[in-house]
Design a protein around this ligand. Sequence first.
Ligand SMILES: Cc1ncc(COP(=O)(O)O)c(C=O)c1O
Length: 388
Amino acid sequence: MSDPLLRWRSEFPIVDTCTYLVSHSLGAMPRRAVTYLQQFADEWSSRGVRAWHEGWWDIGRTTGDLLAPILGVPAGTISMHQNVTVAMAIIASCYRFDGPRRKIVLTDLEFPSNIYLFEGFRRYGAEIVRVKSDDAMRTNLERLLDAIDERTALVPLSYVLFRSAYIQKVDAVIEKAHRVGARVILDLYQAAGTVPLNVEASGADFAVGGSVKWLCGGPGAGYLYVRPDLAKGVEPGFVGWAAHAQPFQFVAEAIEYADAPERFQSGTPNVPSLYSARAGYEIVAEVGVQAIREKSLRLTRRMIDLAREAGWRVNTPDRDDERGGAVIVDVPDAEAAAAELIRHEVIVDYRPGAGIRMAPHFYNTVEEIEQAMETLSAIVEGRARGKE
Ligand SMILES: Cc1ncc(COP(=O)(O)O)c(C=O)c1O
């Protein structure tokens, strides 16, 4: 069966050098990123300071607008930041934690930096509730919903869990949170660019993510969406001069906030990162997230079947509607086996408590998946024989 998405392979040089199955961690670099980074360098070199007024100063907004359709949010609702940690900190700085509504509820399966960041808000009076899951695959939804109450301020929630690729029941969480007056922050990192999203329709209050993974945008391009009706009324405490209504007046008083999305901006935008991110967003939009998703489901299904045939435990949901873009396979001595796979030029990663994470993206072939699984079989068998 011909696969029209494979015409994109020539845009990604790394796929000719190895079997690249790690887009859940670092998406392959598009050639177009080199073109845009060169453009940045040329502008810096030839236009100097004038470049700020020729596109650089507004690059957060223009880059956010390119990303908006991929997330399913309106233009003018996204600001750009270094990473998720910074975006989350900006959101949290909009709230107080010294009154009755001081709870931050999150599960123990959230990405660690979210846990570290919000734990740090205990010093401002926040009460941190960590909802335990029964296994490393899924959140216990009932327990999570029960923990969200009238004292809850924020619920940071991964749309897709990084450890298992489980797609969370975000609608149920948003519904409960809104019923009791709490705000939900969706972490879209493991979803954007591989799972079709309609964040506006979900009613989420905030959404954050980065561009390193499925978006193929490279590091330094984190994003922050704020629901437009909410954005008018929230004022970040973690703020810089780029958030001022008239930044070039350099007023040395308390800030007069710009409208959204600039009011969530900190200082000088991360221009080169946003040039490289643009390449990834354009390509993902051209390929189409729906087409990416259909192919991803086909290839991850094949991976799961092959892993089961080999007798390995799969720590990823079997159901298509519960599975993001990665497959996590646990084999004996998984960490060493992952290292050996990489030595065989099959690029994957390993996460403790989960196993080997592998992820096809739109530029991978089914043959690559089959060969990667064969190589893993040979590695596992070889190691078992070595121990006899
Ligand atoms: C769900 C999720 N959130 C956040 C991050 C990273 O956060 P940051 O952008 O702060 O490095 C990752 C992965 O690296 C992730 O998988």
